[in-house]
Design a protein around this ligand. Structure first.
Ligand code: URP
Ligand code: ZN
Ligand code: ZN
Length: 474
């Protein structure tokens, strides 16, 4: 009788630290052996392929309320389906605090959206936009205890932004509770000023979205977020960094010994602000914040990934349909870029694009690829080593990857709920051929074979990176 439920054999197994030719024995959804000539009831032949830990996408937006009659293109079914098609086996969307509703109640409703509707595993961050006494003193500490160990705060957007005092309050709670704060760093007032000036001048097309939030507004806010975190003595993650100036603020902080972490995303490696300059409203397809910049900024983001300034690579998947009154082409969006919903889809494209542009083109090693797409996000958000690696005891979240397969990317391949991909027509080398979640096949050779009630919710440990610099962890 075979010892294992499933064996993945003959492939090159790659983790963030190593690469080795071996078989993987899986039992009960876990990796239970790494060895040679293992036998399982089901044998998966990965000869000539890479065998990678499933991707962990630690920054996605799924079924998040967007206000003003705008509706996100993905629910949990379509968002997690697309993740699986692209080799990602864990996603971390955001539960957005709603006005005058206890956060626990909003969380219950958000769980109900995910429950029974997820092809891959899921864990939630919290978005804090009203840091009142009840939330700071009672609710957040209790939620951290319950495994919601990270919160995102915003320095911009009308309904989300916190002022500096509020940021300090949230950071103080993070310091007390051991949670990790993620910051969207753009200067709200500067963007408003720029937006009003552009509108007065009749410059309302989607391309002016990028003009309204230049690098300096991101650089200033990044520096301020780092300074506030230093004041409170708390680690901080600066998310979706788009350019050299912001990246250098993070590098500067890291070189001073501060626990400041950085994330960049697919769009900052392969898009530029010229993409917002399409005919008519076409540019709306690329409206996201911070906006894609220029070729030099792309280079800086590669440098940040290679050098470790950015430890995490995410999609910031935030999908709106293009040809839809509840999406990019809503009536007000046609009147000004200000009303075009911010965000672009990318959950399924994240790994294939980074692999092709990074590994296949020699910009990063296989180990670096695994580190920034799986191991580091899992470590950063308290899921490691259950997720993010292939080791005895880890969940058998495994992707068999064909490093030589050439693909011209088409939106249909990504299986999300949007009606376009910003990466349409990209010529890619490398593609996932099999996605296993906890040892169970979810996508095989471009066919969905998993069940949408298979994904589990993952309460998380505190981040090992979230303790203050001055605290000694024994
Ligand atoms: O434009 C973006 N990135 N929208 C998603 C929300 C956010 O700020 O991450
Ligand atoms: Zn953001
Ligand atoms: Zn985001």
């Amino acid at each position: 009788m075979p010892l294992f439920d499933t064996v993945v054999s003959g492939g090159l197994v790659v983790t963030a630290g190593d690469r080795v030719h071996c078989d993987i024995g899986i039992r009960g959804g876990k990796v239970v052996a790494l060895g040679h000539e293992l036998e399982g009831r089901e044998m998966i032949d990965a000869t000539g392929k890479l065998v990678l830990p499933g991707g962990v996408d630690s920054h996605v937006h799924i079924a998040q309320p967007s206000g003003n009659g705008i509706v996100m293109a993905d629910d949990f079914e379509t968002g997690t389906r697309s993740a699986a098609f692209g080799g990602t086996t864990t996603v971390m969307p955001f539960c957005l605090q709603e006005k005058d509703v206890p956060l626990r109640e909003t969380l219950r409703a958000y769980h109900a959206k995910a429950e029974g509707q997820s092809y891959v595993d899921v864990s939630f961050h919290l978005i804090i936009n009203q840091p009142n006494e009840q939330l700071l003193g009672q609710d957040l500490p209790a939620l951290v205890e319950d495994g919601y160990t990270s919160f995102k705060i915003f320095m911009t957007y009308d309904d989300l932004k916190l002022n500096d005092r509020q940021i300090l309050d949230v950071m103080s709670v993070a310091r007390e509770t051991g949670a990790l704060v993620m910051v969207h760093a753009e200067n709200y007032d500067a963007i408003r000023f720029m937006t009003e000036e552009l509108e007065k001048a009749g410059k309302t097309a989607p391309r002016y979205h990028a003009t309204s939030r230049p690098k300096v507004v991101e650089r200033e806010a990044t520096h301020r977020a780092i300074s506030l975190a230093e004041l409170v003595d708390v680690p901080v993650m600066i998310v979706h960094v788009s350019n050299r100036e912001a990246m250098e603020q993070i590098r500067w902080a890291q070189q001073r010994g501060l626990r400041v972490f950085g994330e960049t995303c697919t769009q900052y490696l392969v898009l530029t602000e010229d993409d917002l300059d399409g005919l008519g409203m076409e540019g709306a397809k690329y409206v996201c914040s911070p906006p894609p910049r220029d070729v030099e900024s792309q280079e800086a983001c590669w440098e940040g990934l290679r050098s470790g300034v950015f430890s995490v690579f995410s999609s910031d998947h935030c999908p709106y349909r293009y040809d839809d009154e509840q999406g990019k082409l809503n009536p007000r969006g046609r009147s000004s870029f200000r009303w075009v919903p911010n965000g672009i889809p990318g959950i399924g494209a994240r790994l294939p694009i980074l692999f092709s542009e990074g590994v296949s083109k020699g910009r990063m090693s296989l180990e670096q690829f695994v580190a920034v797409t799986a191991a580091n996000p899992a470590k950063t958000y308290g899921l490691y080593p259950r997720k993010g690696t292939i080791a005895v005891g880890s969940d058998a979240d495994i992707v068999v990857w064909d490093p030589t397969k050439r693909v011209v990317l088409r939106h249909e391949m990504l299986q999300d709920g949007a009606d376009y991909t910003p990466y349409e027509g990209a010529e890619l080398t490398g593609w996932p051929t099999l996605t296993l979640v906890r040892g169970t096949k979810v996508v095989e050779n471009g066919e969905l074979v998993g069940r949408k009630d298979f994904g589990a919710y993952l309460p998380r440990n505190r981040s090992p990176f979230a303790s203050p610099a001055s605290r000694v962890d024994l």
